[in-house]
Design a protein around this ligand. Sequence first.
Ligand SMILES: *[C@@H]1O[C@H](CO)[C@@H](O)[C@H](O)[C@H]1NC(C)=O
Ligand SMILES: *[C@@H]1O[C@H](CO)[C@@H](O)[C@H](O)[C@H]1NC(C)=O
Ligand SMILES: *[C@@H]1O[C@H](CO)[C@@H](O)[C@H](O)[C@H]1NC(C)=O
Ligand SMILES: *[C@@H]1O[C@H](CO)[C@@H](O)[C@H](O)[C@H]1NC(C)=O
Ligand SMILES: *[C@@H]1O[C@H](CO)[C@@H](O)[C@H](O)[C@H]1NC(C)=O
Ligand SMILES: *[C@@H]1O[C@H](CO)[C@@H](O)[C@H](O)[C@H]1NC(C)=O
Ligand SMILES: *[C@@H]1O[C@H](CO)[C@@H](O)[C@H](O)[C@H]1NC(C)=O
Ligand SMILES: *[C@@H]1O[C@H](CO)[C@@H](O)[C@H](O)[C@H]1NC(C)=O
Ligand SMILES: *[C@@H]1O[C@H](CO)[C@@H](O)[C@H](O)[C@H]1NC(C)=O
Ligand SMILES: *[C@@H]1O[C@H](CO)[C@@H](O)[C@H](O)[C@H]1NC(C)=O
Ligand SMILES: *[C@@H]1O[C@H](CO)[C@@H](O)[C@H](O)[C@H]1NC(C)=O
Ligand SMILES: *[C@@H]1O[C@H](CO)[C@@H](O)[C@H](O)[C@H]1NC(C)=O
Length: 648
Amino acid sequence: MSCLLSFALLAGIASAINLNVSATGGNASSPLTYGLMFEDINHSGDGGIYAELIQNRAFQGSLEYPSTLTPWVSIGDAILTLQNTSVPLSKSLPTSINVASNSTNGTIGLLNPGWWGIDVKPQKYTGSFWALGSYKGKFTVKLQSDLTDEVFASLDIPSSATPEKWTEHKFELEPRIAAPNSNNTFVLEFDSKAGSLNFNLISLFPPTYNNRPNGNRPDLMEALKDLGGSFYRIPGGNNIEGDAYHHPWLWNETIGPLTERPGRPGTWGYQNTDGLGLVEYLNWCTDISVTPILAVWSGMYLGNEVDHILTASELEPWVQYALDELEFILGPSHSTHGALRAQLGHPEPWELKYVEIGNEDDLYDNGAETYSAYRFSMFYEAISASYPDLILISSTGDYTAVGGSNTSNPSATDYHTYSRPDYFVSQFGHFDNASREYKSLIGEYACVQGNVYNQVVGVDWDAPKLPWNPWVGSVSEAIFSLGAERNGDAIIGMSYAPGFQNLNSYEWTPNLIAFTADPSQTIKSTSHHVIELLSNNRYNATVPVTTDSDYGPAYWVAGVSEPGHYTFKAAIYNSTSTVPFSISFEGLSEGVKGTLSVLNAPDGLSSNTLENGVVSDVVRKTVTTLAAGSGGVFQFELDNYDVAVLTT
Ligand SMILES: *[C@@H]1O[C@H](CO)[C@@H](O)[C@H](O)[C@H]1NC(C)=O
Ligand SMILES: *[C@@H]1O[C@H](CO)[C@@H](O)[C@H](O)[C@H]1NC(C)=O
Ligand SMILES: *[C@@H]1O[C@H](CO)[C@@H](O)[C@H](O)[C@H]1NC(C)=O
Ligand SMILES: *[C@@H]1O[C@H](CO)[C@@H](O)[C@H](O)[C@H]1NC(C)=O
Ligand SMILES: *[C@@H]1O[C@H](CO)[C@@H](O)[C@H](O)[C@H]1NC(C)=O
Ligand SMILES: *[C@@H]1O[C@H](CO)[C@@H](O)[C@H](O)[C@H]1NC(C)=O
Ligand SMILES: *[C@@H]1O[C@H](CO)[C@@H](O)[C@H](O)[C@H]1NC(C)=O
Ligand SMILES: *[C@@H]1O[C@H](CO)[C@@H](O)[C@H](O)[C@H]1NC(C)=O
Ligand SMILES: *[C@@H]1O[C@H](CO)[C@@H](O)[C@H](O)[C@H]1NC(C)=O
Ligand SMILES: *[C@@H]1O[C@H](CO)[C@@H](O)[C@H](O)[C@H]1NC(C)=O
Ligand SMILES: *[C@@H]1O[C@H](CO)[C@@H](O)[C@H](O)[C@H]1NC(C)=O
Ligand SMILES: *[C@@H]1O[C@H](CO)[C@@H](O)[C@H](O)[C@H]1NC(C)=O
């Protein structure tokens, strides 16, 4: 933002954009507008927002990803092996680790490096492990440095292990000082005289957001809360589908005690713990005050092999499966699945208004065809019959599969777009013609590649994606968002995707928030800043704007909440000079105050990054108080790549 209005006028670079903003006559805004898309992509859940610090805590495995000892390390002369003991911890967790002494001398045990480190601070860590075997001595648990072996916390726990039955040992560890870095490990030791013991479900949690047991990492939840979003699509996109091995996300196997969760071969190349399950997702929504948009699996597996789409008769039990899940969430506590919910400590139903049928069901050749022929309608009809108020969203982003008549449930469609800056800007008007009868959710959007000049194109999936979103990408997303806000009566809301990137093992770039085990290295992308500004400045209705200027290089939307309380949002793209604005808001007189908040970065290519352990945040925010001049006109200038919000 430049304060030198006179400079621009003297230089004669650009004439002012004159806008008259009406007090009434627009469209209702979407009550949701901005939200979250969390995809449990490479260690965004396990090893990410799910706060469990121990990697491979319960040796869960499958045909696809057999149980493994990785990353456990033996201590002393311990020999570590995987075993299916004749007494399993549970049907769901049959495999445990056997720790045997090779010499009956000294201390033996096992060590876990966490998910690429463990953050150690003077705070309470809550741990537990299950043991099986004959041992009357003590266990020692420790948090220690992987670099120097310095011990930050250590605790002795008397053994209550028996050979007949698994027993749980609970403990709390409280380091007195913070470790200098996150290169730390968790250690569990005992006297080698025990000979051989089995362990399972070895767990350690730091304090979690809202102190939820089995909860989420506070810093990452704060980063989501800052967005001021209103909805959260659960449990992700590709995450619900399952890959070529045909393991869709099973809500019924993600609930109840952790001992009852077998885990699942996930979509990104490893076994998921499912510690982050349906109830945890719903609590997450409660904790950051967002409404869930629940996706149910609609019969398409990822992968293009012949049998990746179910026939109508194969799909039938899955329709019932979705109804059971809805009963679990919404049903009275005397219903079968409502009773299960109550038994798990949630007598009251959760709030749920939106259900999405599948994810990107047009992805494959016969995907769209089978989806519009029977897959969408089987779910639509069955869910409508039991839940007439739910808004049912198709996953194809078009109107090839939408609900029936006005007497049945409202339906909507989920539109995804990954793009380049120029293309996003060209999509400012994308929703101007959109159906008002069938609304759109913009469930995934992101600028993922740079411009290819002289070609306005979307993504080239064969070309590399950007490692970090540059500021110009975030500005282009802002312009696309302003276009969506302008059509708030046609959209449910929009969510950037994906939400998280674990910098130690990632699959996709760029992402909204990147992190390591060390919370001081959490990076909010430039797009996070843009969404935070736009999302936290809501209004009730758009209002008409009359002007003598076309859109480009400036793009804008105006809205009103209470009479006299206007919100004007604008972004500048591809301007070679500053852009002066002169805005008259109906009913405002000279002297009325306004607040102008402007985001920009040193240049279009600057990104928020982590380099050599240092987080750089390039986004600058300036906040200025303005007063309306003669005739109640606000005057100010915006620079190229400014994203601005003026409130009165
Ligand atoms: C444990 O049992 C599972 C399921 O039968 C089997 O796949 C796995 O190989 C067994 N693991 C060991 C270590 O015996
Ligand atoms: C057990 O100890 C013997 C003697 O020191 C050694 O040769 C052997 O490699 C050890 N076994 C394992 C599995 O570490
Ligand atoms: C047993 O451990 C003690 C102390 O750690 C060591 O001095 C001794 O040599 C060990 N004995 C054997 C047989 O390994
Ligand atoms: C911790 O330090 C060890 C030893 O220097 C190194 O091999 C490892 O990569 C480091 N781990 C992390 C998470 O930094
Ligand atoms: C969960 O539901 C699936 C699909 O109906 C079923 O195959 C599985 O056995 C169920 N799991 C449990 C633990 O009941
Ligand atoms: C729903 O009702 C509205 C208003 O009566 C009508 O314009 C519209 O065509 C109806 N839609 C369908 C699908 O029947
Ligand atoms: C931005 O500027 C470039 C270079 O002049 C041009 O090729 C491109 O079409 C412009 N994009 C938009 C959306 O105005
Ligand atoms: C909107 O509809 C008009 C008339 O059918 C068409 O000319 C225009 O290209 C459409 N705009 C978009 C963004 O689809
Ligand atoms: C994703 O995670 C799996 C398992 O941890 C790993 O094998 C794979 O390489 C990861 N992908 C990337 C791109 O890091
Ligand atoms: C309201 O929506 C209509 C389409 O239904 C659109 O043409 C119009 O521009 C919108 N008005 C405002 C002020 O956004
Ligand atoms: C804005 O309103 C004023 C006063 O009615 C009028 O003179 C001016 O032409 C209008 N400007 C535009 C761009 O509509
Ligand atoms: C605007 O929305 C807020 C919050 O939803 C509500 O309290 C207020 O009454 C609304 N104002 C108008 C004028 O509709």
